[in-house]
Design a protein around this ligand. Structure first.
Ligand code: HEM
Length: 201
């Protein structure tokens, strides 16, 4: 007997999606403030922004891994491939996989970067995390190591932000142009009515 695939994402998968999406938004906004001039953001505020950025950034890593474990046991609804052109199916699969990969690599590169500083990674400003294996604060003086991880972290973050823009654009296209139910399948409970209303049912 075959099991009929689910029509919508289950509540846990939805919670992972929107929880991680919120964290990623916080990470990108706080990243934008890190390089701002001193007259705009004083040292105390910059320190707080850094704590929020590093903590939210780190949390994305275990949450994404847990999300992938959950995804492997709770199979998500399949893409409606018969109703989508082939290029859209390929683009959706590529984007989703890349979002997962970058949600792991970007925080890892950030953790590697702070592992080579004397401050290290301190969650919420008071929970110290160990350095990643093979990395140590004594490397703080080795410019090439620091700048390597800094460029890696920045490159992954730019790729992630660009894919998110494409991803959000695609989901709005599905909802408002194609008028299909792709966005509704993952929408938080209680938002379906609102989303249908702004689409005009
Ligand atoms: C306003 C923001 C966002 C919107 C509107 C949105 C919308 C969507 C939609 C419509 C889907 C497809 C659901 C389906 O197949 O029916 C989806 C899936 C997905 N989204 Fe987002 N998303 C947003 C933010 C993000 C962010 C920030 C990330 C980054 C981590 C992300 C990662 C993913 C992934 C990885 C999937 C694939 C889920 C699966 O495994 O099937 N999304 N999203």
């Amino acid at each position: 007997m075959s099991v009929k695939p689910a029509a919508v994402y289950d509540p846990v998968a939805k919670a992972f999606h929107w929880g991680i999406a919120l964290l990623v938004l916080i990470i990108l906004v706080t990243a934008g403030f890190i390089e701002t001039p001193q007259w705009l953001v004083d040292d105390q505020l910059r320190k707080t922004i850094f704590i929020i950025h590093k903590t939210a950034g780190f949390l994305v890593l275990p949450l994404t891994l847990a999300r992938l474990v959950w995804r492997s046991v709770q199979i998500p609804p399949p893409l409606p491939i018969k109703k989508m052109p082939l290029w859209q199916v390929i683009a959706a699969i590529f984007t989703h996989r890349s979002l997962y990969v970058l949600s792991i690599l970007t925080p890892l590169a950030g953790w590697a970067l702070v592992s080579t500083t004397h401050k290290g990674l301190v969650l919420f400003g008071f929970i110290p995390m160990p350095s990643l294996p093979f990395l140590h604060p004594y490397m703080a003086s080795i410019d090439i190591v620091r700048s390597f991880f800094a460029s890696l972290h920045e490159t992954f973050a730019i790729l992630l932000a660009s894919l998110i823009v494409i991803h959000i654009g695609a989901s709005f296209m599905h909802h408002f142009v194609d008028r299909d139910d792709i966005l509704l399948r993952i929408a938080p409970k209680g938002m379906e009515g609102f989303l249908k209303k702004i689409r005009g049912r």
